[in-house]
Write a protein that binds this ligand. Structure first.
Ligand SMILES: C[S@@+](CC[C@H](N)C(=O)[O-])C[C@H]1O[C@@H](n2cnc3c(N)ncnc32)[C@H](O)[C@@H]1O
Length: 264
């Protein structure tokens, strides 16, 4: 029998992005290191409290757009912990035959979704690494659930910024993009570096070092590359709250860029 402390396999000795987000959204599925990292970020940046909300609201508007466009299958990469208005809540309300695959490499996030979905036909959660697209697209549970000939909406909501450039996010996104059939969509919301001040960058470097995490802010030019070969849905690549708002919104943080691309 192994004498390894299983808590270490779950990453409870440091912050995990899903649980930091959960804490920032008022959730209960978080631990001391997550609360510490979230509190530091909230104290360091005046816009930090806006980010999870801008992000989740954009996700919901994008999913509704895809449903209106006829998409009935979704893969939510880096799904995080369940919250209010998850992808399957929206998709199954629109069509009880919709299919949703949640993917995360954080076992805590996956177990929470699996527990929530155990009696929900048409939605599953799998633990996998988004840096290995073939393993996800070829995963036995995924291929059994999704119809490869029908359009899929692939969501990357505050996920790519956790993949550093040395892991080649452009190739990762290209692999998922290439798997789309016509009518499939790619949805991305991520940290935008264009509006960061030097002081913001210095604080970011200090916090990522303190918590031993990697978070990458990318330029709007880099974002464009993620959508190569896709038709950008109007209004194109914009700050998250500006993407098809359905009601008046507070001034954007300026830190989250969002876009939706459709495979022609
Ligand atoms: C900031 S949270 C965002 C969660 C959710 N998408 C949302 O918008 O509320 C980032 C999520 O991406 C997941 N993640 C980061 N890198 C990943 C990878 N290589 N493969 C799969 N998931 C990853 C984290 O575990 C975490 O749950």
């Amino acid at each position: 029998m192994s004498d390894r402390d299983p808590r270490h396999d779950l990453g409870f000795d440091g912050p995990a992005s899903a649980r930091v987000y959960d804490y920032s959204l008022g959730g209960k599925d978080n631990y001391a290191p997550d609360r510490s990292a979230a509190t530091d970020a909230l104290g360091a940046y005046s816009v930090a409290h806006l980010l999870p909300r801008e992000n989740r609201k954009f996700m919901r508007r994008a999913v509704r757009h895809l449903l209106d466009a006829g998409v009935r299958q979704f893969i939510d990469l880096g799904c995080g912990l369940p919250g209010k208005g998850n992808v399957h809540d929206l998709a199954l309300a629109a069509d009880p035959d919709a299919k949703v695959v949640y993917v995360d490499n954080d076992p805590v996030a996956v177990v929470h979704f699996q527990s929530l979905l155990h009696a929900v036909p048409g939605a599953i959660a799998v633990k996998a690494d988004a840096r290995r697209p073939d393993e996800i697209l070829g995963h036995a549970e995924v291929t059994a659930l999704l119809d490869a000939d029908r359009p899929v909406g692939i969501l990357m909501i505050s996920m790519l910024d956790w993949i550093p450039d040395e892991d080649d996010p452009d190739s990762i996104v290209a692999a998922f993009r290439d798997a789309l059939v016509p009518g499939g969509h790619l949805v991305i919301c991520d940290f935008l570096g264009d509006n960061l001040t030097d002081a913001d960058r210095a604080t970011h470097d200090e916090l990522t070092k303190r918590y031993d995490i990697s978070v990458t802010f990318r330029s709007s030019e880099r974002f464009k590359g993620f959508f190569d070969g896709l038709d950008l849905v109007e209004p194109g690549l914009v700050l998250a709250p500006e993407w098809r708002p359905d009601r008046p919104y507070d001034p954007p943080s300026g830190w989250l860029m969002a876009g939706v691309g459709r495979k022609p």
